[in-house]
Design a protein around this ligand. Structure first.
Ligand code: FAD
Ligand code: 2HG
Ligand code: ZN
Length: 490
């Protein structure tokens, strides 16, 4: 704990409470308004890997309240952690010690939507799925989708520059976010909720906040360009014999489907086994999806404006893949239920791994051709060390090690399911995995960010000059280092 940070007292809590319009907007063990147990869901992260000890959670209802709270904490030298839906996977959204948690869930209003331009302006605490459902009613779609959509918030998504399942189609948030409203560490409100697609007047400051993981300011609202919702959507999943075959399917999918290709995901047989086991045990999933199972699986989603035209294209691709024996087997969704159940084979992997045991997660960007080599290299190391036997054992140190990801974005996820978080396992993987990635000029964090987990390892993907500039930017916005300390840039 940084000694210079002020320890929060009962008096601070009373003052913070006086800045808020509602009694229920502050929970604290210091004034008895909450028990330690009630604060657990704010202190523990989604993986149950990182645990903070905060005694104060503030849930402001307006940007003005966020500003007042930030100003007070800044003046008093109190450290803060911004928290959205707490679905982050690198420990960035929970305190490391006793930082005050500013949770954005009460900032949950849609501010405006323009059906001509497709520009949505909404509070940072709006849940991603709520924003997308709102847009669906108007024939539009949020240009980001991910498995945690039911809990993560759009402010959190922008703060992490989340990639997700449809980046292939709609691009990164660096392209779709048009403007932001941000409360800076000293309480100043930077209001730049632009609705413009073009604006070359000076530095594009919003880009600094996209992916800054709450290190520079709290995003209280976003303005984002939303595309028309495709009228026809389809999904097909294939079992394939090898990673080479996955790459062939990807090339053929781009060739046959062109502009209607909206997602291309892959996973290995180990991931398939974990997700199917979870579905069979907990969700009553049917036993067999494919007649012939493979070493790999891939999912293709299409989204277009003309169902007949899309089906013709997808049908052509399927026929080609099967007759040329690139794939072993394939299933095409026949209705919306099957659409979701095919997607669940991929989207369900993180949850299935999490339910199986404590998980070490690595989120890597590597040129597509070399992407799976990294999974194999790490697997070989764990086997050599006797930590992974075969594909994992229920009682062994490692129960399963799976590889999957966003093929279209060159982004692979490795999930290592352990029996317990143990130094022996962690030190076998880290920094080894980062060295392997750096040797391939990849990124050690494709989309999940640095948080507390990867902050010390940033040099594997960034130069000293780059890191130096980042330190200067952090100092400019947050000279006292009070906002989300111990993370991101350390
Ligand atoms: P939190 O977890 O609360 O916070 C994440 C970081 O952002 C923290 O550093 C926090 O301090 C900061 N922060 C949060 N809100 C704000 C704000 N308003 N202003 C400033 N800083 C803020 N990520 C992907 O990129 N792609 C995926 O496909 C994907 N799938 C996932 C699937 C599952 C099942 C889960 C559990 C997670 C997944 N994630 C994925 C990771 C995570 O959901 C995203 O990173 C998400 O964008 C985090 O949003 P959140 O609101 O939960 O943020
Ligand atoms: C996904 O693509 C997410 O499903 C989560 O980014 C990945 O849990 C993970 O490692
Ligand atoms: Zn992902």
């Amino acid at each position: 704990r940084t000694e210079s940070f002020t320890k929060v007292t009962k008096d601070h809590v009373a003052h913070l409470r006086s800045l808020l319009s509602s009694e229920t907007s502050l929970l604290s063990t210091l004034d008895g308004s909450a028990s330690v147990e009630e604060l657990v869901s704010y202190n523990d992260d989604w993986m149950n890997k990182y645990h903070g000890k905060s005694q104060v959670v503030v849930r402001p209802k307006t940007t003005e309240e966020v500003s007042k709270v930030m100003k007070y904490c800044y003046d008093e030298g109190i450290a803060i952690v911004p928290q959205g839906g707490n679905t982050g996977l690198v420990g960035g959204g929970v305190p490391v010690h006793d930082e005050v948690i500013i949770q954005l869930g009460n900032l949950n209003k849609i501010r405006s939507f323009d059906p001509v331009s497709g520009v949505l302006v909404a509070d940072g605490g709006v849940v991603l799925e709520v924003a997308d459902n709102y847009l669906a009613e108007k024939g539009f779609i949020f240009p980001l989708d991910l498995g945690a959509k039911g809990s993560c918030q759009i402010g959190g998504n922008v703060a992490t520059n989340a990639g997700g399942l449809r980046l292939l189609r709609y691009g990164s948030l660096h392209g779709t976010v048009l403007g932001l409203e941000v409360v800076l560490p000293d309480g100043t409100v930077y209001n730049h909720l632009s609705k413009l697609r073009k604006d070359n007047t000076g530095f594009d400051l919003k880009q600094l906040f996209i992916g800054s993981e709450g290190s520079l300011g709290i995003i209280t609202a976003i303005s984002i360009l939303c595309p028309r919702r495709p009228k026809a959507m389809n999904v097909a999943v294939f079992s394939v014999p090898s990673y080479e075959a996955v790459q062939k399917v990807f090339a053929e999918a781009k060739d046959h489907l062109g502009e209607i290709l909206s997602a291309f995901e892959f996973w290995d047989k180990q991931a398939y086994s974990v997700v199917r086991k979870h579905q069979e045990e907990h969700l009553g999933g049917e036993r067999k999806v494919f007649e012939t199972e493979g070493d790999f699986y891939c999912l293709i989603e299409t989204g277009g404006s003309n169902a007949e035209h899309d089906e013709e294209k997808l049908g052509g691709l399927l026929e080609h893949l099967i007759t040329s024996e690139i794939v072993l087997d394939g299933v095409l969704a026949q209705d919306t239920t099957q659409f979701s159940s095919l997607w669940s084979l991929r989207e369900g992997i993180p949850e299935a791994c999490g339910k199986a045991g404590p998980v070490y997660k690595y989120d890597l960007s590597i040129p597509v051709g070399e992407m799976y080599e990294v999974v194999e290299t790490v697997r070989a190391r764990l086997r050599e060390r006797g930590l992974l036997v075969g594909d994992g054992q229920p009682e062994g140190p490692i129960k399963a090690m799976v590889g999957y990801g966003h093929m279209g974005d060159g982004n692979v996820h490795i999930n290592i399911v352990a029996n317990k978080y143990a130094e022996e396992i962690e030190s076998a993987i880290e920094p080894y995995v980062y060295e392997v990635v750096a040797a391939k000029s990849g990124s050690i964090s494709a989309e999940h960010g640095l948080g507390v987990m990867k902050a010390p390892h940033i040099h594997y993907s960034q130069s000293d000059v780059g890191i130096g500039i980042m330190h200067q930017i952090k100092k400019l916005f947050d000279p006292k280092g009070l906002l989300n300390p111990y993370k991101y840039i350390v």
